[in-house]
Design a protein around this ligand. Structure first.
Ligand code: SAM
Length: 281
């Protein structure tokens, strides 16, 4: 396990993932019932964009930094920037909140979160970050295994975010498909979301087709690419596949992502995409 998210914090993939995370949690919180948030691959929770790793990769420049410099953004993107801004009370963009910190900032009194992280140092950082927060439980364990132990939660509603490092290349796509199937069996009413990198179009198409064929409801594909398709140089962009996507999530994202794409890909390469693979019943 060599992956450290500090090199990637606030990049274009994080921007897409965290916009979708915010939109889903906002949609779920429209009802006054407690929710459960499970982050199977949580990372360390909060990142220092001025630190060695982030400066070396400079990936945030093509993500949160570019978005923060854009003007006239749609409301969801503005709320995301305001949330990120709340971690930077002195202004500027030093701290970048990962999915655990963003989700925890949104939790209401009855809500709860479980965060799984396998890498000991990252898990220790996560534990320190949430030491005072009794809504949040940190588990140093395999997030895929945790689906069996932690689902279904006491709260009927909520979200599972599956955000692995894809160090195992194609094998990780299989793990994600299996994890979505398992989570759906154990928690049929839970909203499920998995992030994936977009490298070869055929791998992406196979992943989403397998999830769409899983017999589940409201399967939504959301993608943001900033390079032409099948550009073998590296990552073209990333996507999220959602199962039981909340009502009207497609509309919120359709109103948001074109402007985000324009901010992150000023030369116009790539595209934003929001597509029901299985429409809501
Ligand atoms: C992409 S990062 C997570 C980023 C985080 N979700 C966010 O949005 O801020 C993936 C994390 O998963 C951890 N990891 C790798 N394999 C794991 C596993 N099987 N179970 C739990 N965590 C794992 C890595 O150490 C890494 O911190």
């Amino acid at each position: 396990m060599n992956y450290r998210h500090a090199f990637h914090a606030g990049n274009a993939g994080d921007v897409l993932k965290h916009l979708v995370l915010l939109a889903v949690l906002e949609a779920l919180q429209r009802k006054d019932k407690p929710l459960f948030y499970l982050d199977t691959h949580a990372g360390r929770g909060l990142y220092n964009l001025g630190g060695e790793a982030a400066r070396r990769s400079n990936e945030a420049a093509g993500g949160i930094v570019a978005l923060a410099a854009a003007s006239e953004l749609p409301p969801l993107a503005q709320r995301y920037l305001a949330l990120v801004g709340s971690f930077n009370p002195g202004g500027g963009l030093e701290a970048y909140p990962g999915s655990p910190a963003l989700a925890a900032a949104l939790l209401r009194p009855g809500d709860a979160a479980a965060l799984c992280e396998l890498q000991p140092e990252e898990a220790a950082a996560l534990r320190r970050l949430f030491a005072e927060d009794d809504h949040v439980a940190v588990h140093e364990r395999d997030g895929y295994e945790a689906l069996r132990g932690l689902l279904p939660p006491r709260q009927g509603r909520g979200l599972v975010l599956i955000d692995p490092p894809y160090e195992r290349r194609e094998a990780e796509y299989d793990l994600v498909v299996d994890a979505l199937a398992l989570a759906g069996e154990r928690w049929p009413q839970g909203c499920l979301a998995a992030w994936y990198p977009i490298k070869r179009q055929e791998d992406t198409d196979r992943l989403v087709a397998r999830v769409a064929a899983g017999g589940r409801d409201a399967v939504l594909r959301v993608e943001l690419t900033t390079r032409p398709a099948d550009n073998r140089a590296g990552l073209n962009g990333s996507g999220m596949i959602l199962v039981n996507a909340p009502w009207q999530l497609d509309q919120v994202l359709e109103r948001t992502l074109p402007a985000v794409h324009a901010a992150l890909a000023p030369a116009g390469a790539g595209a934003a995409r929001v597509q029901w693979l299985v429409p809501p019943r």
